[in-house]
Design a protein around this ligand. Structure first.
Ligand code: IDP
Ligand code: MG
Length: 133
């Protein structure tokens, strides 16, 4: 936040298909719970190609987009909303860097992943994306 103060926020999180395929959904959701975040919405969904292109509009022109589209549409995802102090930043910190190999120790992506595309979790990176997602 620009004023440096801490605010109650809501953030959008999506557990991607690999999280469900690998049966680590409970482990990942548990990390958000144990941090003290409050779950305010949760649903099992499928991401269509159209939704993928909207959600990843900033990436549709990248060479890896076909791989990303195949990944995100191949199975169910868990879409959820978490609430708490500075929730957007707190969740991004718990999730870790995009490339699982570079993600800091103790983050979800470091602890469970080794891939740059298949990195288990999406989390909003700003109040604007949290609101639209
Ligand atoms: P983020 O998920 O950490 O916010 P973004 O840059 O918004 O990262 O990218 C969205 C998703 O696209 C990533 O989580 C990952 O699944 C995939 N992705 C991003 N960059 C690459 C890349 O360079 N190669 C392959 N997949 C990528
Ligand atoms: Mg992103």
């Amino acid at each position: 936040m620009s004023d440096g103060a801490r605010h109650i926020e809501r953030t959008f999180v999506m557990l991607k298909p690999d999280a469900l395929e690998r049966s680590i959904m409970g482990e990942i959701l548990g990390r958000f719970e144990r941090k003290g975040l409050k779950l305010v919405r949760l649903e099992l969904r499928r991401v269509t190609k159209d939704l993928a292109a909207t959600h990843y509009a900033h990436l549709v022109d990248k060479p890896f987009y076909p791989e990303l589209e195949a990944y995100i549409t191949r199975g169910p995802v868990v879409a959820c909303v978490w609430e708490g102090i500075d929730a957007i930043r707190v969740v991004r910190n718990l999730v870790g860097a995009t490339d699982s190999i570079l993600a800091a120790a103790g983050t979800i992506r470091c602890d469970f992943g080794v891939d740059k595309t298949e990195n288990l979790v999406h989390a909003s990176d700003s109040p604007e994306s949290a609101a639209s997602e």
